[in-house]
Design a protein around this ligand. Sequence first.
Ligand SMILES: [Zn+2]
Length: 318
Amino acid sequence: MPTALISHPDFLLHDTGPFHPERPDRMTSVLTHLGVSGDVPDGAQQAGLLCLSPAPADEARIKAVHDGAYVDAVADWCGMGYRNLPTGDTTVSSSSETVARLAAGAAMRAVDAVLTGEADRVFCVARPPGHHAESDRGMGFCIYNNAAVAARYARSRFGLERVAVLDWDVHHGNGTQEIFEEDPSVYYFSVHQSPLYPFTGSESEKGTGEGAGYTMNVPVSAGSGDEVFVDVLRGKILPAMKAYRPDLLILSAGFDAHMDDPLSGTLVTDAGFQAMTGLVLDFAEDTCGGRLVSVLEGGYDLEALGRCVADHVSMMNA
Ligand SMILES: [Zn+2]
């Protein structure tokens, strides 16, 4: 089955200004390195990939993970010309709520594709990213939590029993953790630099209530490189994930642990991300029928981001 790519030109409309780390140029760099245009009809083939076009997530799907009052407020703030979400450090423009809804819709479209057999593996080139967005607040450049919307959608629409979310963005995905903290049907795994924004994700945070034991955090120190990240995946995260037997793996794929990234102190190389991708692909193949939805999160050195995404997608498509 083919590997699919999901993108849309409207992701460029979330205007954070030319100097913000999470700016539209990120997406342009990714698409250029992939050798594709973000503006193609649904089902077109480009660079050996099946290109799919997303629709905005319905309000009900967003509200399945976010508080209704927060979702309504985001639309109001963007409509009123706010430049930042009052809930946290996320720059917005007038189109941002609509674009954020489309980013969540892209992750849902990816779930549809892998669960209806259109594709085995899907990569979403979408922005804004999502993993810092908690149920009632956007922060950390995120508005809605795309991976979380996709995980809950996979559960409710397709009846999956267990979904794993693996987050290798260099920052802890406090939002995804918070949304599923009490939910054993979505197991959240994170490897991230500590201390670093948002200063959550200690090893002792393991979920609460019925979700106790279904959150795994592995903080690593600044200076950690390929060997540390690969060892964490191979030695800690993947064995626990294997025991969980997920029906679907959603990867919160940030590439900001890269040595060239301006927002982190870790030293992962292009080869490190290739090795991590290989481990995840083997895992998906062995454990969840190859079903992998990979969603772009961070990554702020334009060249490193473009190269690493291109490698990641080409390995998915091999
Ligand atoms: Zn990040």
